[in-house]
Design a protein around this ligand. Structure first.
Ligand SMILES: *[C@@H]1O[C@H](CO)[C@@H](O)[C@H](O)[C@H]1NC(C)=O
Ligand SMILES: *[C@@H]1O[C@H](CO)[C@@H](O)[C@H](O)[C@H]1NC(C)=O
Length: 393
């Protein structure tokens, strides 16, 4: 014990954080960890795995973490995708976007298939990017992402065919007969899905069909075709790439409630009607301290129908500035969300909506909020990363 104490004393002299105490659910040890190794009162440092010890509620005789803390310093953990696959998932992935790909430090981490076994184009396969004028298709930027996935040996999620947002005005402001809009959807989904045939694991064929109260969103598709646009799009996608998994993707369906019920009723009807549908995507754009409590139950309601489910756009934002307490709560929140997917066999994978705060959509969308990703704006892992590791391990 004398030797160990002396080691810690030396470390404490060089590493200021070592003097602090980790918050509840915060990291308190593990290979390579140089932060606090004791926990705040009422919590105990528990070894989750050799890379990660965590302050968990409760007391024990000792609050000092194991000696692995200070001994060795490997360059990285096993990686999120490696852990997810070892746990039986298909992938752990990240969204990305074309402008970020000029940042070589960013691309190096994105392309590390130990961390990410799947990528999703944030924008470049959307309607405004792929068919800006009727019948004229552009795949240049989408192809860059698809080729990156191929080069890296990563799965690709296609995003998306039919969505109310990021539509070119010829669609959103067009005045179509039902027959005309049916042709437009069939041509768009058929051409885009067909272009990437054989390259895409799963497509978000229909994105965000519902309002938060569970009513149908009013847009050109619903207003012209009622609910039939969903099956029109799914059938066109199936014909264009019979092997791609076809998803409907939405947010605020992660907790039980009117919107989750509306989605459940929709997919039940599609299955009853023989319409091709393989999965439901749960976007999971959450807020620190208020992640849904019934998420696992909701996931199980969908898998009970024979569908697969996936977390497709996970991030957990906070009101800035970030604090140690918020980052510790964020770690706990990431852990509980990923754990819900771990607990459901047919939850096939988890995608974060970009891995770094440097390129997160949050600050520009939600004023005063940010720091939503597991890597900070300097591409350094945050406590949230370790929360994910704890759930995947
Ligand atoms: C839309 O379809 C639903 C279900 O088929 C039907 O009950 C409803 O009346 C339709 N709405 C319109 C405006 O036609
Ligand atoms: C990123 O690094 C800079 C320079 O070292 C530092 O000032 C900044 O606080 C860091 N950002 C975060 C989020 O840690």
């Amino acid at each position: 014990m004398m030797k160990l104490s002396a080691t810690f004393a030396v470390l404490a002299g060089f590493i200021p954080y070592a003097l602090g105490q980790a918050q509840e659910w915060g990291q308190c040890g593990g290979i390579g960890w140089t932060g606090a190794t004791t926990c705040v009162s009422g919590t105990t440092c528990v070894v989750v795995n050799s890379y990660y010890s965590q302050c968990q509620p409760g007391t024990a005789t000792s609050t000092t973490s194991t000696t692995t803390t200070a001994s060795t310093t490997p360059s990285s953990t096993a990686g999120l995708n490696t852990l997810a696959k070892a746990a039986g998932k298909l992938y752990f992935g990240s969204a990305t976007d074309n402008p970020e790909l000029s940042d070589s430090a960013y691309v190096t981490i994105l392309s590390n298939s130990k961390e990410f076994g799947q990528i999703t184009p944030g924008n470049s396969m959307k309607w405004d990017a792929t068919e800006p004028t009727r019948g004229t298709f552009t795949f240049t930027n989408g192809d860059v992402i698809a080729n990156l996935a191929k080069t890296n040996g990563q799965l690709l999620r296609g995003h998306n065919c039919v969505w109310h947002n990021q539509l070119p005005s010829w669609v959103s402001s067009g005045s179509f007969t039902a027959a005309d809009l049916t042709t437009v959807i069939q041509n768009h989904c058929g051409t885009v899905v067909g272009h990437y045939k054989g390259q895409v694991y799963s497509w978000d064929v229909v994105n965000e069909p519902f309002n938060d109260d569970g009513t149908w969103r009013s847009d050109v598709f619903y207003n012209t075709l009622n609910t039939t646009y969903v099956s029109i799009a799914l059938q066109a996608a199936r014909a264009a790439d019979p092997n791609a998994k076809l998803y409907i993707n939405d947010y605020n369906i992660e907790n039980s409630g009117a919107k989750a019920t509306a989605m459940l009723n929709l997919v039940k009807q599609l299955i009853a009607d023989g319409v091709p549908i393989d999965g439901v995507g749960f976007q999971c754009h959450f807020i620190v301290g208020s992640v849904p409590t019934s998420f696992q139950t909701v996931l199980e309601q969908f898998t009970a129908l024979g569908l697969e489910v996936a977390i497709t756009e996970l991030d957990i934002r906070m009101t800035l500035p970030e604090t140690d307490a918020l980052l510790a709560q964020q770690a706990k929140d990431y852990q509980s969300v990923v754990q819900a997917c771990m607990n459901v066999e047919k939850c096939v994978g988890i995608t974060i909506w970009d891995y770094t705060d440097k390129y997160s959509w949050v600050p520009s969308t939600f004023s005063g909020q940010g720091a939503a990703c597991p890597w900070d704006s300097n591409l350094t892992i945050k406590p949230a990363y370790n929360g994910i590791v704890a759930a995947l391990s």
